[in-house]
Ligand binder design. Sequence first.
Ligand code: ADP
Ligand code: 5GP
Length: 207
Amino acid sequence: MNLSSGAILILSGPSGAGKSSLITKIIDHIGPSYFSISTTTRPMRAGEVNGTHYHFVSEEEFKYEIENEMFLEYAFVHGNYYGTSLVPVKKALKEGKLVIFDIDVQGHDAVKNRLGDITTSVFTTTPTLHELKRRLHNRSTDSEEVITRRIDMAKREVQRIGEYDYLVVNDNLDEASEILISIAKSARMKIPTLQINEFIQQWEANA
Ligand code: ADP
Ligand code: 5GP
């Protein structure tokens, strides 16, 4: 019986919580998956690669993609646009992959509204606000002004933890990765509404 189809795993949380680190650690341990590379207008950080971490575009290019309805969702975060392109996500879902999104709370809202029955969501954060500040400073990729903005945003984002299926506190990276691997494997098992009838029909046909 072939009921394999794709599913979505959303990872949200404050910038600096460790989302990228977690995704890098789990990606080879969760079966066929596709990391959705977002498009953004924010400047590239040291060490980032265009087309790997993000598609870095101008505001003009981003607005063209909005007008042509090329995004599954997009949002204005920390003064920059971020968006998820629709075409690669559709393709990966069709191929039965687990599509992983690193998107903010607004993006989570939008994806849940459109594709809620195949979506599992995880909010991740540091054990404390103090640790978040420490990581953002240690990462040394953002100016003081940007860090202050990200911390203010983080305080607002954590208020929305209750909208997510799971909370993963990223204290020890190895332990948090193990938990996320379990969640990712279960996310694949979520049955889309449309497939329930198909399953029942096939189950009964094999009397
Ligand atoms: P995000 O993608 O959420 O913005 P990053 O993955 O870039 O966060 O992590 C922010 C910083 O914190 C990086 O310097 C990373 O190496 C570090 N980091 C990530 N997870 C942990 C952890 N569990 N303990 C300590 N430092 C961590
Ligand atoms: P950063 O600049 O630290 O890479 O990301 C800033 C925030 O934007 C993070 O909360 C990240 O999850 C979010 N983000 C990244 N890509 C997207 C996207 O395509 N859509 C939305 N809504 N948020 C995104």
